[in-house]
Design a protein around this ligand. Structure first.
Ligand SMILES: [Zn+2]
Length: 433
């Protein structure tokens, strides 16, 4: 009975280490199914089979906009507009034993962003090549490595036949990259709630404790078209949008000088002074070179750390628009039109003194020998739905990944193993009390 010589956690570590090659292989296989946001179906089918093989009770559902549209966090995602929600299921594996009534949610998003120019990659972005302890490809880090870590955490506890007292939900959800409305939010609204949640986004073995507020918006102004030879009779809408462009730039600079967010700045020093950004991402206008433009518009994304609500952000933008319009006779008569487009997410932050957070930190320390730093707040995460809308403490804790959303994305296999170990310990600690 050599197992008697091992403590429970050593047995778990050993089991996960034994599965190292399978873990790498599963990340690689998942990378080979390109689940770009909107086209998650095949990868979800694969996950469903995997969870079923493990003996979990597996439930799937396609989001229904009618069930979502009255929720305050709802917005129509770009991928919903383009693809709808058909053949885009969320997959939930359920493992339940005992009657403690406690539920731990493990949630990861299956969708990935496009590969970008393939010729710039050293590896096939959809090849899942394993080399030198790294797994390459789009989604390897963000966040198929994390999904595999949570699957193998559950597998280890099962294979060791360690009894649990409670429920684990293993969730693979869609469209996080696009706002997560039909994914994590829909899954929570379907009733898959719990007491704690771990989201293995590639946090580099630190904790993502905060999610950024994100708002996409469009501003449109009209002009008065005229033939270019008598341009003086027209009003150039591009000239007018330029006034707004400058005002928003100023707003951004003022905000960047004023707003600080220590968790983000401590983890990523170069983000100092840029924890909030108003990005003017698209500009268009006019119809013909020899016509004075009759319209112009800009599309923007503003991101900001916890501390301000969407309503406060919008009032700052609208105040600037009013100020510009007050000074310009044309805009005074023809005020710019503002509307939101796509992403509309409140920021969120988990209560870092919640006992769940400190327990998870202790477990991470036990596995890695380093205490996770509290990071985040510059990108929108699905954790916000758990925290803001369902009051479930949720921490992003995942592997070390490089070049996510970029060229030659990869995840470090060792860190995937470490995350699996931490999650396995969390299952035992949280659900055997
Ligand atoms: Zn992600």
């Amino acid at each position: 009975m050599p197992n008697l010589y091992y403590s429970l956690s050593e047995r778990i570590f050993k089991k996960i280490d034994e599965n190292r090659d399978q873990i790498a292989k599963l990340v690689s296989q998942l990378v080979q199914i390109p689940s770009i946001t909107g086209q998650e179906g095949d990868a979800q089918e694969f996950i469903k089979e995997k969870l079923t093989e493990m003996g979990l009770k597996v439930e799937t559902f396609e989001p229904n906009v009618n069930e979502l549209k009255d929720h305050p966090s709802f917005f129509e995602t770009a991928s919903y507009k383009k693809f709808g929600y058909s053949k885009r299921p969320n997959v939930i594996g359920i493992w339940e034993e005992g009657n403690s009534g406690k539920t731990l949610i493990l949630n990861g998003h299956i969708d990935v962003v496009p590969s970008g120019p393939k010729e710039e990659w050293r590896y096939d972005p959809w090849g899942g090549e394993i080399s030198n302890g790294k797994i390459y490809g789009r989604g390897s880090g963000d966040m198929k490595g994390g999904i595999v870590a949570m699957i193998y955490a559950v597998k280890a506890i099962q294979e060791l036949e360690i009894p649990i007292n409670g429920k684990v939900l293993v969730e693979s959800t869609i469209e996080e990259e696009d706002g997560g409305i039909g994914g994590a939010l829909a899954t929570l609204l379907r009733g898959y709630t719990g007491n704690f949640s771990i989201n293995p986004e590639p946090s580099g073995l630190d904790f993502y404790v905060a999610s950024a507020g994100v708002l996409y918006f469009k501003i449109r102004v009209k002009g008065r078209p005229a033939h270019a030879k008598e341009a003086h009779k027209g009003v150039n809408a591009i000239d007018k949008i330029w006034l707004i462009y400058k005002a928003l730039k100023e707003l951004n600079e003022e905000r960047q000088r004023r707003i600080v967010f220590p968790p983000a700045e401590e983890c990523e020093p170069d983000v100092k002074g840029h924890v909030t950004t108003l990005n003017i991402g698209m500009i268009s206008g006019g119809d013909w070179p020899s016509t004075v433009p009759a319209w112009a518009e800009i599309m923007c994304r503003i991101g900001w750390p916890p501390g301000e609500s969407i309503r406060e952000i919008e009032s700052q933008i609208l105040d600037r628009l009013k100020e510009v319009s007050r000074r310009d006779p044309w805009l005074r008569e023809n005020p710019p039109e503002y509307c939101t487009i796509g992403w509309r997410a409140e920021p969120s932050m988990v209560n870092t003194s919640d006992p769940f957070v400190s327990k998870l930190s202790d477990l991470a320390f036990k596995v890695t020998g380093r205490r996770p730093r509290f990071c985040g707040g510059t990108a929108g995460l699905d954790t916000r739905f758990f925290i803001n809308d369902f009051n479930i403490p949720s921490v992003g804790y995942g592997p070390i990944a490089h070049n996510i959303h970029g060229i030659n994305e990869f995840v470090e296999l060792d860190s995937v193993i470490q995350v699996a170990k931490v999650i396995a310990l969390a299952i035992v600690e949280l659900l055997t009390e």
